[in-house]
Design a protein around this ligand. Structure first.
Ligand SMILES: *Cc1c(COP(=O)(O)O)cnc(C)c1O
Length: 370
């Protein structure tokens, strides 16, 4: 029985990576804005359709630095339905997270509930494009303008996502990508901040390099969050394969949807109109009374069959010990998020996943339903 993980990294042929490594050995330039770093920033700008890309050693440091770059303090409105790094980045900046519930249709921060959570201490909104599905960009923009708040998008799942043929990374003050091994586009570890003007780009580039501007001037207490040349070179190679990888993911998502629609008690997200999706995850919601098994029973059963589906995102961030004492973390403030976290399970999706394995996974799901 072959084991099927929830995700598996996109790895181009190894021999195609050797020439990049040879160049690095020749130049002896290993990090600090090297040739591959510069080239990857440019190629990502072109590929994604954004003005400026600042590469980082990982997505979490990019989030922490983005909050510094925008000088965000006080309270920030955010979603509990995300990977824990979203809220941790606030904590590392001594910012108080204020949790607001999510929409039942997209699992993203619910704009209708944001205004009630704004206080005189609120300085920003930090939404997440969960599973790569775009947030309600216009409604969030409107609220930010009305209350003079910054918007920082955690776009870790949203590589290449477009709305009406425009990158959703162009919305908000800044957006942050993750290039972790488990993400659609990876540089082993890595990440980026997307920004819209050259002055901000320079500021972020200084912050990720200890605050140095030039050889002897330090403009701020920066950090070391630079991407190295091996990571950047891998990103350049990976970019050659990304369109194929995205096409494969789309095919798998469509196959799941077609086959799962006949099973009672399983709900999945459909593609949204005028959106180019990344298919970074394939979440389904299990309705226990209709399906006949709880989400956790299904999770355990799949595991026994060698299928490592994952309960992203469970537990909710607001239910972790660090955050559960916050007033906004109370479960009755977050009914939709708590319900989704209890029902959701992400099925395996990655470019190398065989269609026969997709069929096998669906058959197991069907079987439990009988
Ligand atoms: C992966 C992820 C991060 C963290 O990115 P790293 O590159 O692993 O540090 C942040 N937010 C979300 C929503 C993520 O999924």
């Amino acid at each position: 029985m072959n084991k099927i993980p929830v995700t598996s990294p996109l790895l181009p042929p190894l021999e195609e990576f050797h020439p990049y490594l040879e160049k690095i050995w020749e130049s002896k330039w290993l990090t600090n804005n090297g040739q591959f770093h510069q080239q990857l920033e440019q190629e990502l700008c072109d590929y994604l359709g954004v003005k400026h890309v600042c590469l980082f050693s990982n997505g979490t440091l990019a989030l922490i630095t983005a909050l510094q770059a925008l000088r965000i303090t006080g309270e920030v409105i955010t979603t509990p339905f995300s990977f824990v790094a979203t809220t941790h980045s606030l904590w590392w900046n001594n910012i108080k997270p204020v949790f607001v519930d999510i929409e039942p249709e997209t699992f993203n921060l619910d704009p209708k509930k944001i205004e009630a959570a704004i206080t005189p201490q609120t300085t920003a909104i930090m939404p997440v494009h969960v599973y790569g599905n775009p947030c309600n960009l216009e409604a969030i923009q409107q609220i930010a303008e009305t209350y003079n708040l910054k918007v920082l998008y955690d776009a870790a799942h949203a590589f290449g996502v477009e709305k009406n043929r425009e990158s959703i990374l162009n919305f908000g003050d800044l957006s942050v990508l993750s290039f972790h091994a488990t993400k659609v586009f990876n540089t082993f570890e890595g990440g980026a901040i997307i920004c819209h003007d050259g002055k901000m780009k320079r500021h972020i580039d200084d912050l990720k390099n200890f605050g140095f501007r030039g050889e002897t001037t330090v403009i701020a207490p920066g950090i070391n969050a630079k991407m190295n040349e091996v990571q950047a070179a891998f990103g350049l190679l990976q970019l050659k394969y990304i369109d194929n990888a995205l096409a494969r993911r789309k095919e798998i998502a469509e196959t799941y949807r077609e086959k799962l629609s006949a099973i009672k008690g399983i709900r999945f997200l459909n593609d949204l109109p005028s959106i180019k999706h990344a298919y970074s995850y394939f979440p389904v919601l299990i309705d226990e009374s209709e399906y006949g098994n709880s989400r956790d029973e299904l999770y355990e059963h799949l595991k026994k069959q060698g299928i490592y589906a994952r309960r992203y995102f469970y537990p909710l961030i607001s239910n972790f010990p660090t955050y559960q004492g916050l007033p906004s973390a109370a479960p009755d403030n977050l009914p939709v998020a708590n319900e989704v976290a209890d029902k959701v399970i992400c099925l395996p999706i990655y470019p190398d996943l065989e269609m026969s394995d997709v069929t096998r996974i669906v058959e197991i799901l069907e079987d439990r339903n009988k």
